[in-house]
Design a protein around this ligand. Structure first.
Ligand code: MRU
Length: 376
């Protein structure tokens, strides 16, 4: 101590409105640190789809930058064509992945900004088309940057609220990657760990490897080591016996979408961990910003669950690991019923049951929430 997070940003923007997005290609980690230059919204959609950029808040930010790219690259020279090109681009970005609500949240916000910058009745002035569209792109870039900067602040606040829950000497179990690589800041679940460590607490982490794409092995253990946090990697099947042996004092995971009643979608395998934690009397926390709550749905049964290609399960280590032709079911997420969740750590404080009442209260318009505990 002091520990410093040696952070490689998951995503950034280089230059002005004519610039490009820089995306850390997470599919290559931990072997290779390569930053992709993303210059069009289709390339951004592809980066999201193939998990070059992943994690709920990060894909929202990526989609917002994708809207800027669409505005700048369009060849439309009439207002009507520009509007329909933007609507098509936004729909393409939104279709990249279905579960994390941050993606559609960010796109709705970019749509509102577009409407402010280029209201319905406006036409493009002849001879000034390029200048006008450049101004629109500049306004959209400012909005995307704002979404990015706000996410960084949300992570910080989540970390501070969550750190207050951890005692020095605790071992925390986490699943998938809900860290700096998944957000515009220091993470959600991992922000809690970083923040507790920065407070001088001795926190160790068990990271589930997280089949089938190994976000825990490839990403969480990589970023925690860079952040100076003691991490031990376990295979997913080891979680039960590790918890049963008393080695884990707390589970903290991220979220992709949280319904009004607190039911939470997160990486496949999270639900099982929550049941295990309950069985063994270990607190199970979800850490997520307000942008991950979908107050439009009443329960987890309404959350769309992404199904990914069979090859992600039937092939590993660059070769086939299951017989040719075997049926594969590959849901990328599961839903943890709210009753298994001890608390949801947000930028507005830790929300406790009863969730329907307390989530509504925390995110009522005009409510700003408690400020995070001050570090002494
Ligand atoms: O498929 P992924 O890697 O995008 O899944 C990510 C997760 O499940 C994370 O836990 C979640 O998005 C929270 S990230 C702060």
């Amino acid at each position: 101590l002091p520990r410093k997070l040696d952070r490689v940003p998951a995503i950034g923007w280089v230059g002005g409105p004519d610039g490009h997005a820089a995306v850390l290609d997470q599919t290559l980690l931990p072997g290779k640190v390569k930053v992709l230059r993303v210059t069009g919204h289709e390339a951004m959609r592809d980066a999201i789809r193939r998990l070059a950029v992943r994690g709920a808040p990060a894909i929202g930010i990526a989609a917002a930058y994708g809207v800027v790219l669409a505005a700048r690259r369009t060849r439309a020279r009439s207002a009507a064509r520009f509007r329909s090109a933007m609507a098509r681009a936004i729909a393409r970005l939104e279709s990249a992945r279905p579960t994390a609500v941050n993606l559609s949240w960010a796109l709705r916000r970019m749509e509102r900004k577009l409407e402010d910058l280029f209201p319905g009745a406006r036409e493009l002035e002849a001879g000034r088309e390029d200048a006008a569209l450049r101004e629109v792109a500049a306004g959209l870039l400012a909005e995307a940057r704002a979404i990015h900067a706000e996410d960084e602040a949300l992570c910080e606040a989540i970390g501070r609220h969550g750190a207050a829950l951890l005692r020095s000497g605790w071992n925390v179990l986490t699943h998938c990657n809900a860290g700096a690589l998944a957000t515009g800041g220091s993470g959600t679940a991992l922000a809690v760990v970083y923040s507790a460590a920065a407070d001088g607490k001795d926190i160790k982490v068990f990271a589930d490897e997280t089949r089938p794409l190994l976000q825990g092995a490839r990403l969480t253990s990589w970023e925690l080591r860079r952040g100076g946090i003691d991490v031990t990697l376990i295979c997913d099947g080891a979680a039960a016996s590790v918890i049963a042996s008393g080695k884990v004092q707390c589970v903290v995971v991220g979220a992709d979408r949280i319904a009004r009643n607190g039911d939470t979608a997160n990486k496949i395998g999270t639900y099982g961990l929550a049941v295990l934690a309950r069985e063994h009397g270990v607190p199970f926390y979800v850490a997520a910003p307000g942008t991950t709550f979908d107050l439009g749905i009443g329960s987890g049964s309404e959350i769309p669950i992404e199904e990914r290609p069979a090859d992600e399960v039937a092939r590993s280590f660059g070769k086939r690991t299951a017989p040719e032709g075997v049926a594969v079911y590959n849901p990328a997420f599961d839903v943890t019923p709210a009753r298994y969740i001890t608390g949801i750590i947000t930028e507005r404080g830790v929300i406790r049951p009863p969730y329907t009442k307390n989530i509504a209260r925390a995110f009522r318009p005009g409510v700003r929430g408690r400020s995070p505990p001050r570090r002494t």
